[in-house]
Design a protein around this ligand. Sequence first.
Ligand SMILES: [Zn+2]
Length: 280
Amino acid sequence: MAVDAPVIDFHFHVTTAEEYSEWFRGWFRDYGGEETVAHLRRVLSCPQAMLDYLDQQGVEYAVALAETNPLTTGISPNERVVEFCRASDRLIPFANINPYITTDLVSELRHCVNDLGCRGLKLYPTYQYFYVNDARLYPLYDEAQRMGVPIMVHTGSSVFRGARLKYGDPLYVDDVVVDFPELAIIMAHSGRGFWYDAAFFLAQLHRNVYMDITGLPPLKLPAYFPNLERNADKIIFGSDWPALTDIKGNIAAIRSLSLSEESKAKILGGNAAKLLRLLR
Ligand SMILES: [Zn+2]
């Protein structure tokens, strides 16, 4: 793979300040101060503002995530996210389907992909309280596999109020992959906190399982994953913006790791480009 692969931020929340739950807005203000909320409003004020921000940070494409998390972070509807992303093919919408709100998961997936143009799905088991191997989701996986739609799943810790961490154990992903071996699954946050080894092992074991390193300090990666380079084809960069605003700094930190240039290019965008079929 060429080392000039695009830089892709695979994990970018486009939930607006108004769409976040009241609790989240308060937490966010405490965490980053008033300036963080102003930054959030500025970047999401219009698609061009976000594109300008991505330019400043050295990011070519961003996966923009919808969420239906009324119990925790808030609701950013698929339609709204798609509308925002319509401005540029650099903004790639991923839908969310909450299995407690949507009855017909298969029809909803078809609608999101075929009618709205979503390029993938993000599931939030930790925020919506289901195990990812719940039989209720199997028809959804079956259809996603048939359609070639990648599914990102939150794994690992969360500090958000209402999050239930047991649902974020990557081991449940293993169950799904055994039954749907052609379905591409991205474990968001690589099992952050308790399950780094499990996430790494699963990504190594299963051909279509990936791990996004969103929310992990890049310089700690060699400590979390001592054999990092062995999974260079499976590791995907993401920022978790707005939680992380110095995307540029994180990209530079990844570039400073002692890995081959080819591996770094894969992590920063090459692997994501393949998954998203962004060929150039
Ligand atoms: Zn996130």
